[in-house]
Design a protein around this ligand. Sequence first.
Ligand code: AMP
Length: 117
Amino acid sequence: MADKNDTIFGQIIRGEMPADKVYEDDDVLAFKDINPAAPVHILVIPKKYIVNLFDADEEDTELLGKLLQAARKVAIEQGLEDDGFRLVVNNGAGVGQTVHHIHLHILGGRSFAWPPG
Ligand code: AMP
């Protein structure tokens, strides 16, 4: 996979595009979704360019864990601990992935149906 990331999230990581950031460390960035589908809708992304889970290999195992830990921290900071939150990762255009840089959707602040639509 090419190193250059020309997606909108690559632009946010490089500071070329503004974002409402809520968490950042050396490896991970989290920011508010521009078109929220819930009262809390935050995206958690690795700074490394990975298209989706199909593009993540063994060497990305620790990074994938860091994404989950960041999601946990953000969810707590957003006050979602009591009511819970949903974590969504769309892997592939066929299931709705529109930005091809892996991201976790943190969704909370309302009720959710199961199974998801
Ligand atoms: P997905 O459909 O799973 O690929 O999710 C992509 C998400 O990125 C959507 O929920 C969009 O609303 C969101 N999004 C697209 N552009 C931006 C942006 N510039 N800043 C924040 N969120 C964005």
